[in-house]
Design a protein around this ligand. Sequence first.
Ligand code: COA
Length: 316
Amino acid sequence: MNGIKIRGTGRGVPGKIVTNRDLERIVETSDEWITARTGIKTRHQCAGEETFSAMAAASARGALVEAGISPEEIGACIVATATAETLVPSAACALQRELGLPQDIPCFDLNAACTGFLFALHTMECLLNASPRKFGLVVGAENLSRVVDWTDRGTCILFGDGAGAAVVECQEGWPSICAVLGCCGNDELLHLSGVESGGHSYLAMEGTRVFKFAVEAVPWCVEQVLGKTGRTVEDVDFFVFHQANARIIDLAARKCRIPPEKYYKNIQEYGNTSAASIPLVLSELREQGRVSPGSRVLAVGFGGGLTWGGCLIEFA
Ligand code: COA
């Protein structure tokens, strides 16, 4: 199988910012507790015209511009999300219309919770191998402020809204991203009900158990991807972990002996943006010039489902 590389990244983030101090007025919590336990200081929130669709479109446009690719060249579009504005049409179909993507390509949404962007990258690699077009658009977008229970201090402090996107290219002879993906059906640790399920209407989570799962899953995924690609920590330029909790990221990095200059956190600004968190990091790394053509990034995600995944992706 021919591999994919990232050609361009983009992000769309609403202007409204909710600080920890703002949350102190809503639930019994404190800036000190949230900062110490999670590393989060602020999160962005959709409001007014800054909707899910607007964020997703802004991130996709940014990625197309950075890649220097026109919408007609895109061969498939996947939006990783669990909080799309409408189930039908999918967010990807809405993007097809909004951006003027070709009509003879697959556009669809994919839900693997916080691991969604990595499931989507792997799916895109498979799709582009079977497509005459060589570019794909992968978006991770979430409007989590719409589904959190604003009376539950254990969850509402964690999540934020945002979108990140990548335009990827597939070329003969490029190495596969070697995605390692998995899931284990579990609706106790993290749950968000769907249409007419009669269950919770808000995101419900057993935080401490998810924490324990995550600090095991991230190092395991790193090890699996390194094993599959025959690489070592030294061969990787940057490690990008799902931004759910700064302590999870630091613990996982320490376990894998990853030096601090090789991983990055933006959770302090965005909180946990689920499927958007990895592409938001990628877009900031690119903007800051910390990754450039040839850089090798090992990305790892984990989340509801339960799901987990990792891959090694290069920048074109
Ligand atoms: N402010 C103040 N106190 C809070 C609080 C808040 N926002 N949320 C919970 N607490 C309290 C609890 O009620 C508990 O009080 P008690 O000891 O009197 O019962 C105490 O703080 C400890 O709660 P606990 O849930 O054990 O804390 P924790 O150290 O596990 O931190 C999370 C909670 C949610 C921050 C942490 O478990 C976490 O980040 N988990 C992973 C979540 C995640 O990654 N989810 C997404 C997966 S993609």
